[in-house]
Design a protein around this ligand. Structure first.
Ligand code: ARG
Ligand code: ZN
Length: 348
């Protein structure tokens, strides 16, 4: 950061030498001014020279080691289709074209790929048109990404954004005083509602709602269970993913009163046969995290003493994007565990 006009001139001078790839901020040496940071990316063999120059002119600087440059090249998984992490990595143009095709094919009623032109080097330029319904005379919002080639996070956002409608978690209720939408229904039940593990912020993915059972969806479930609690012996809430069988509690680290019965019977042979050692089980607060306001804990406190949350396939390879070819296997496995639970906990 230059503090004087003299230091500004020094920085203009040195950044001009590295201008094309080197000056990251501001965009041109002309824009360098007092009290405003300059970000300069210099080749390794020049870094000592530049540091000396800065020191000689008393310019305060921070040196960032080159390992961080390499970090953007490092993808965490070798498999380009590995579930939701796909959107947290950078991709080659080839992979992005692939992704455009796949997305348009997988969601033909929501996504259309439109060829809008080609680049100077003759590579196709696509627009993806997203619409969730066909109402006539709808207005649109245009988003483009990657106008500047070095700004890799920009196209990464466009891919992420297209998939985000697919990645919704909460319900769709608008909230007062914010444009953020939705309550996490599995934080909206009256079981240590909105304590640690839930958020009072409507923009958060685990927003607990304005009060317990504020949402029509959680109300509907709670009302039905309340009026039928005498006859319901086992409660199952089915989620994905991670292959787990979760018993109460998730809303407190206290053990449920019949904790050992639940643990022992859940480990029973009939059930274990279908885990194929791939389902983990235990109390939610122990095996995942504190998560108050869940339907399973609420149902348990209502008196349904055999209450479970199921996290179905997979363990994260595809995550929330489990392909259709896995539906049959995942369902049969879950069915078998359901049958065994019924047998073990209610053998009449
Ligand atoms: N993934 C689920 C969630 O976070 C786990 C639910 C477990 N039960 C619970 N009451 N939190 O909502
Ligand atoms: Zn869930």
């Amino acid at each position: 950061t230059p503090n004087t006009q003299e230091q500004v001139e020094i920085l203009k001078n040195v950044s001009t030498q590295f201008e094309v790839t080197g000056l990251w901020q501001p965009v041109s040496p002309h824009n360098i001014k007092e009290l405003t940071q300059v970000h300069l990316y210099v080749p390794g063999n020049s870094s000592e020279t530049v540091k000396n120059l800065l020191q000689r002119h008393n310019i305060t600087y921070e040196y960032v080691a080159p390992v961080i440059i390499k970090m953007q090249m490092r993808n965490d998984s070798g498999d380009p289709r590995s579930g939701s992490t796909f959107y947290y990595r950078y991709h080659t143009l080839e992979d992005i074209y692939d992704w455009i095709n796949r997305t348009a094919n997988d969601y033909p009623d929501k996504v259309k790929a439109i060829l809008v032109g080609s680049s100077y080097e003759k590579r196709p330029l696509y627009a993806l048109k997203l619409s969730l319904n066909n109402r006539p005379n709808k207005k649109a919002m245009w988003i483009d990404c990657g106008i500047h080639a070095r700004e890799w996070i920009s196209p990464a956002f466009c891919l992420f954004f297209v998939h985000y409608s697919r990645m919704w978690r909460k319900n769709r209720s608008p909230q007062n005083g914010t444009s953020c939408i939705g309550v996490d229904l599995n934080r909206n039940f009256d079981a240590n509602w909105c304590t640690t593990g839930a958020s009072p912020d409507p923009c958060n993915e685990i927003y607990c709602g304005p009060f317990p059972e504020s949402e029509p969806e959680s109300q509907a479930v709670a009302n039905f269970l309340r009026s039928h609690k005498e006859s319901i012996q086992i409660y199952l809430s089915i989620h994905s993913y991670s292959q787990m069988l979760i018993i109460p509690f998730s809303c407190t680290t206290d053990e449920a009163e019949n904790h050992s019965e639940l643990m022992v019977k859940t480990a029973a042979d009939q059930i274990r046969r279908y885990y194929r050692n791939t389902y983990t089980y235990g109390a939610g607060a122990q095996i995942i995290y504190l998560a108050p306001g869940g339907s399973d804990d609420w149902a348990y406190n209502l008196g349904i003493k055999y209450s479970f949350t199921f996290e179905l396939q997979d363990r994260g390879r595809y995550g929330f994007l489990l392909p259709p070819s896995h539906i049959q296997g995942a369902c049969n496995e879950a069915l078998n565990i359901c049958n065994s639970l019924k047998f073990v906990f209610s053998p009449f």
